[in-house]
Structure formats: structure tokens, C-alpha cells
Design a protein around this ligand. Structure first.
Ligand SMILES: NC(=O)c1ccc[n+]([C@@H]2O[C@H](COP(=O)([O-])OP(=O)(O)OC[C@H]3O[C@@H](n4cnc5c(N)ncnc54)[C@H](OP(=O)(O)O)[C@@H]3O)[C@@H](O)[C@H]2O)c1
Length: 200
């Protein structure tokens, strides 16, 4: 059976992606505190150790990546670094270090988010990271070797997360996590590359 590594596989989105893929893939979950292997995407050493432990896989899927939410007025470079080192570099570095571990014709699927296209109050730092991830993947798709594909999924706020985020996302229409998981399935099992799947 093909192997899929899901970083953040125990989270809200990651659990749904694991469920959606488990019939077709041997799913390996990774996280800082939970999962089959432990990894902190913010650490290059930890990313390297994860790939050495897991070995070759057919799909690397990201459903993790911290971002800073806060008003632009008063936002410090240190605050903003949370999104840069978490959501942006965490995913990009894992692609850079993980490409040699992806089998021919395998794939990467990264996660972004709606606020890069539909801005919200306190969302500038997260939007910056999301836009960077999308632009990186679109460009990297041209150069990845051996038929390896790369796409991103941009979820709207989830119905399952609505209680936590509704004050930030006034007037948004939340989407069910199963719909977002299906975009990951399309990326992993389809043929497209360089795409951003917007589940809005
Ligand atoms: N929920 C939403 O409405 C929504 C909407 C749009 C976009 N997104 C984006 O989708 C992603 C996942 O969201 P979610 O709601 O599913 O999050 P979640 O429920 O908090 O799950 C995140 C998962 O990632 C792992 N994780 C966090 N930081 C990590 C790190 N540095 N290294 C490795 N694993 C890490 C966590 O496990 P450990 O704590 O064990 O590490 C957890 O399993 C996030 O980037 C979020 O911005 C979410």
C-alpha cells in the first residue's frame, strides 16, 4: 500500500484527512505531542529526524502550521515571526528537506487559509504566511523532480472551529471539515500540480 505522511494528522483537519485517505493509503501521522512520529516543523533538526525515521513516502500532507492573529497596530516583528517560522517556513522547509524522501510521482499538499483572499481584522500576519505558502508551491511545482506534484488547500473557517473563530470571521459561511478533507484527497490522488484548492 502507498504511504501518506500527515503532519498534524491528529488535528481537526488532519483527522478528517486521515479518515478520508486510510482506505487507500497507509497513513503515518506526525505532530509535536501526538502521532506515530513526533516532529516540530519549526525545527530543521526535527524535520530531518522525522524523515530519517519514516523513510520513503508517496504523499506528504500538511494540516499544521501556527500563525499569529492580532491587530496590525502594535504587532511586533517577534509576533510576526510566529507565522513566518510556523506556517511559512515550517511547511517550506519540510518540502525542501523532504523531497528526497518522496517516491517518484508522489505529492506534497500544503495548507493555507481564506484570509489571504478575504481579509479579516487581525489577520495580516497569517495572510502573509498563507500567501507565501501558495506562491512557493505554485513556483516549486515547475521544478520538483521525478514527477512529484505540489498543491495547496485553502480552507474557509470550519464549522467545527466556528465556536473558537466566529468573532474574527463575522459574516463568513463556515464549511464542513469533510469538504476540506476532500480537497486534500483531490491533491493527493489526482494529477494536478501547482494548484490552490480554495474551499470557500
Ligand atoms: N480550523 C480552521 O477553521 C482553519 C481554517 C483555515 C485554515 N486552517 C489552517 O489549517 C491548519 C490546521 O488547522 P486545524 O484547525 O486542523 O488545527 P488543529 O486542530 O490545532 O491541529 C493542528 C495539528 O498540528 C499539529 N502541530 C501544530 N504545530 C505543529 C508543529 N510545529 N509541528 C508539527 N505539528 C504541529 C498539532 O499537534 P501537536 O500539538 O501534537 O503538535 C495538531 O495535531 C492550520 O495551519 C490552520 O491555520 C484552519
Amino acid at each position: 500500500m502507498k504511504k501518506a505522511l500527515i503532519i498534524g494528522g491528529y488535528g481537526t483537519i488532519g483527522s478528517a484527512v486521515t479518515e478520508a485517505l486510510k482506505e487507500s493509503y497507509d497513513v503515518i501521522t506526525a505532530g509535536r505531542t501526538q502521532g506515530d512520529v513526533h516532529v516540530d516543523m519549526n525545527s530543521i533538526k526535527s524535520i530531518k529526524e522525522m524523515f530519517e525515521t519514516v523513510g520513503k513516502v508517496d504523499a506528504v500532507i500538511f494540516t499544521a502550521g501556527a500563525a499569529y492573529f492580532g491587530p496590525l497596530e502594535g504587532m511586533t516583528p517577534e509576533n510576526n515571526l510566529i507565522s513566518i517560522s510556523g506556517k511559512l517556513l515550517g511547511q517550506v522547509n519540510t518540502v525542501l528537506l523532504g523531497t528526497e524522501y518522496v517516491n517518484d510521482n508522489g505529492s506534497f499538499t500544503l495548507v493555507t487559509g481564506i484570509m489571504m483572499d478575504d481579509p479579516i481584522y487581525q489577520g495580516a500576519s497569517a495572510a502573509m504566511a498563507n500567501g507565501g505558502v501558495r506562491a512557493f508551491a505554485k513556483s516549486a511545482a515547475l521544478e520538483l523532480p521525478r514527477g512529484i506534484r505540489i498543491n495547496t488547500v485553502s480552507p474557509n473557517v470550519l464549522e467545527e472551529s466556528w465556536d473558537n473563530y466566529q468573532e474574527l470571521f463575522v459574516g463568513f459561511n463556515p464549511v464542513p471539515v469533510a469538504k476540506v478533507a476532500n480537497a486534500f484527497v483531490k491533491s493527493v490522488q489526482g494529477l494536478q500540480t501547482g494548484e490552490s484548492y480554495e474551499v470557500y
